[in-house]
Design a protein around this ligand. Sequence first.
Ligand code: NAD
Ligand code: MG
Length: 400
Amino acid sequence: MSLPATVSVLGSTGSIGGSTLDILEQARRGGAEFRVVALTGGSNVDLLLEQARRWRPEVVVLADETGLARLRAGLAGSGVEAAAGPGAVAEAAGRPSEWVMGAIVGSAGLAPAFAAARRGATLALANKESVVCAGPALMAAAKRSGGAIIPVDSEHSALFQVLAPEQKGRVARLILTASGGPFRTASLDVMRQATPEQAVAHPNWTMGVKNSVDSATMMNKGLEMIEAAYLFDTPESRIDIVVHPQSIVHSLVEYRDGSTLAQLGPPDMRTPIACALAWPDRLAWNAPRLDLPALGALTFEAPDLDRFPALALARSALRSGGRAPNVLNAANEVAVAAFLQRRIGFLDIAALVEEVLQATDGGQNLATTAGDEVIAEALQVDAEARRVAADVLTRIGQAA
Ligand code: NAD
Ligand code: MG
């Protein structure tokens, strides 16, 4: 089996990052030989130190500069370099390594994803927000450099696995499945009162807090629809969403002759991570297996657009194109953070996103070249949308 000889994990201290290190550990136990080039984290110094001691990478980087002194002290004499700051994270992503896991959360992952894509790495991409912010440019950068982007988001990993490149022109629809999250059957009144604790308690998946809140609002599925449109070059009109509470069928491709192919598996992110590590080979690891008789039944239902307005917002942002998806994402990141800080209610998340979309000019197109100016422009749109969102938040706060 041929696995990459050098790997980097961006966002190694998070949920996907930890699962990635687990898969790497299992690959190593199975005899794989590879070297770890870079591990990066946000602000968790202790966990990054522990990972550095275990994996002996060339470099470890924290996004948060305030932890650098402790990181350096902890690594003194180890031969592992330490650095900090957003620029250092992107620099680490740009260091030669064959395979990069992009598992940073939010638009903070955009510049590092570009740095990997532009140097021809195989980018295993979990960080859906970077695709939403600048998908076409990211795809173009990977294509130009001879690199590859392998989706890790479970739905997109499913589509990637059942969508053979030579069949692309024969696709009728991409069907993304959604668990429906913790409020799938909740009333609007219950949702209005929902606390951060209730919103992050996902029935099927263990994830970082941001992704969990996105699952509860279903903005996650909206972002994933945009992610699918860009990754698989498919118009919004050909992407459907179906709620599937068991999270066993991860997504489906319907071909024009009426044949529909699906990918199934237990809800465990290590399976799409293993797939992205070994592709087109298949890693033998201690994977959980499906027990179909024990499952008994799989059910499907239409999403409720009244209780989950984020779905329509994302669809309309994708239809508008240009900067709108980028604005949608930034406003959502601000709104989710405000909800987690109990500054706004659960239903205010989508309301805030809608207001920011209306207040910003989404019409202009981002360039699709692969130069630094694209990243700079996308980050500028992101920053501007965050400013508008902060203003709206202040207004909501004054009204309350
Ligand atoms: P997480 O919050 O658990 O981890 C995020 C990682 O990014 C951590 O290492 C954190 O320290 C780092 N980070 C945070 N802010 C940063 C910044 N400003 N700069 C650099 N690094 C920063 O999140 P997660 O659940 O692992 O999700 C990571 C990405 O994968 C997200 O884009 C998410 O949507 C996507 N994803 C996650 C899952 C899942 O099951 N967890 C599934 C599909 C897709
Ligand atoms: Mg997903």
